[in-house]
Design a protein around this ligand. Structure first.
Ligand code: THU
Length: 136
């Protein structure tokens, strides 16, 4: 699947966001090695800390379905669902990506009008702690 198509699926997912507190809507689309795609949105909570980000929603849906091999994720977000700049995944989500992905995992950070920037997980999370490398 082309990055552009994955970004489109992230934009579609953003429309499912439940963000009554921040008003910030985020969508993600996670491409698995078998070609399947898992979409996720952010889901907020009145108690704030239980809030989950779009990226982790997508990862946890996929892992529950038995997926463990991932190629890329597209993420988009903006206040009121308006994409104003490229979207950088939060640090917690980067660490969750690292749990299941190697450093070459691709992250498409979406922006206005279908634009996106591509980075590897290693670029976004250098010197990362990973179970595979540090807990053997
Ligand atoms: N959010 C995400 O969904 N992904 C990120 O990587 C950063 C932040 C959500 C969480 C919260 O619902 C809103 O954006 C504002 O932080």
């Amino acid at each position: 699947m082309k990055p552009e198509a994955l970004v489109s699926l992230a934009i579609e997912a953003m429309k499912k966001a439940y963000a009554p507190y921040s008003g910030y809507q985020v969508g993600a689309a996670l491409l698995c090695a078998d070609g399947s795609v898992y979409q996720g949105c952010n889901i907020e909570n009145a108690s704030y800390t239980p809030t989950i980000c779009a990226e982790r929603t997508a990862f946890f849906k996929a892992v529950y379905d038995g997926k463990r091999d991932f190629v890329a994720i597209a993420v988009v977000g903006g206040k009121g669902g308006v994409l104003s700049g490229t979207f950088p995944p939060c640090g917690v989500c980067r660490q969750v990506m690292r749990e299941f992905c190697d450093n070459a995992f691709q992250i498409y950070m979406g922006g206005p009008q279908g634009s996106f920037e591509t980075h590897t997980l290693e670029e976004l999370l250098p010197y990362s702690f990973s179970a595979k490398e540090h807990m053997k």
